[in-house]
Design a protein around this ligand. Structure first.
Ligand code: SF4
Length: 344
């Protein structure tokens, strides 16, 4: 106890860090294994067949939605998977910019989005106006925009990238001056991989990743000293410095194969990815990197769509995604330039 002229004072207590717990995507949404869930999934699949619809689900979706989908993956892979003549409709279970990108790359198909409110804080951190302002400040820079962005921002960009190909895309640009948007953590990581470029980075971030701190991850690592930490490059630099592997969600499932003798993996990205990791590697243990079960590494937008929403979207043909033709043409050009870049 401290004694001051104002009397005794209590020593401030250090913050309490709760022990890490095993957590997973099954805590979100319907239980994929429950009988009523299985019945609903069968009905959804039958409806999809009748309506020549393909159901796409992002890796971060609740487990039951992933089970109902024909394809599960990252946004670009899904948009490309839908590009088959037998599909008339695409039902995109993800967030708005993903459904928009699917429409941009598949303009002749009807794209249905089951929950209108499923947005993205990262995509919302940039707008046409804010990008115009940054372009005025950096007029001689080539604009590289992460796919997690609105279509009109893509249309105003020179080239798009994903977290899987961002380094290759930046390296492929002839100009040495790059304006990277909108994710500052991904941009900073890319800039460290490509030191020969001058990279100006826009000030956006994904709150689900950006809130993660090294102090929490270290605590989880102390509890699992032999675990391998796999992190998404949308995490901050202090997390990436602790990681054994830094990769996109699409690569995370496969990256486990590199560690045949490792039992436990700590995962620093949105919790939905655990559904696919556990399915692919049932003999391994996957733990959220911060030991948190709810707020960090949990995107509320990604957990909005329910099986009932998905079924309703198919029955009623809602909510249809439209992108103005001029915006779609500009966004398509930026996406096509990205797809033409060979991976390093
Ligand atoms: S996890 Fe982040 S980037 Fe992904 S949809 Fe949610 S807010 Fe957007």
């Amino acid at each position: 106890m401290l004694i001051s002229k104002n009397g005794p004072q209590t020593q401030p207590k250090p913050p309490v860090l709760l022990p890490p717990v095993e957590s997973g995507n099954e805590m979100c949404g319907e239980d994929p294994a429950a009988p009523n869930t299985q019945t609903l999934i069968r009905e959804i699949r039958e409806l999809a067949a009748q309506k020549k619809a393909v159901i796409l689900a992002h890796n971060y979706q609740p487990g039951a939605i992933q089970e109902a989908a024909h394809h599960v993956g990252d946004s670009l892979a899904l948009a490309l998977a839908a590009n088959k003549p037998e599909y008339e409709r695409i039902v995109f279970c993800g967030v708005h910019f993903m459904a928009e990108a699917a429409k941009v790359l598949n303009p002749d198909k009807t794209v249905l989005f089951p929950h209108k409110a499923a947005g993205c804080s990262l995509a919302d951190s940039i707008s046409l106006e804010s990008l115009e302002e940054w372009k005025e400040r950096y007029p001689d820079h080539t604009v590289v925009t992460y796919i997690n962005s609105p279509a009109e921002v893509k249309a105003l960009s020179d080239i798009c990238c994903t977290s899987a190909n961002a380094v290759s895309v930046v390296r492929s640009v002839k100009n040495d001056k790059i304006l990277f948007t909108p994710d500052r953590n991904l941009g900073a990581w890319v800039a460290r991989q490509v030191p020969e470029k001058q990279v100006v980075i826009y000030d956006g971030a994904c709150p689900s990743h950006d809130v993660l701190r090294g102090v929490n991850v270290k605590k989880t690592q102390e509890a699992h000293p032999d675990a391998v930490l796999i992190a998404h490059p949308e995490c901050r630099e202090d997390i990436l410095a602790l990681a054994h592997e830094i990769c996109s969600t699409a690569a995370m499932v496969d990256r486990v194969a590199k560690y045949p003798h490792t039992k436990t993996f700590l995962v620093a990205t949105e919790s939905g990815i655990l559904h696919q990791m556990k399915k692919a590697w049932p003999d391994r243990q996957f733990i959220m990197a911060d030991g948190c079960v709810g707020c960090r590494l949990h995107c509320p937008y990604m957990k909005m769509i329910t099986l009932a929403d998905l079924k309703r979207a198919l029955v009623e043909d809602i909510h249809q995604i439209e992108v103005p033709p001029d915006v779609a043409a500009g966004a398509r050009l930026a996406l096509e330039r990205m797809m033409a870049v060979p991976r390093d």
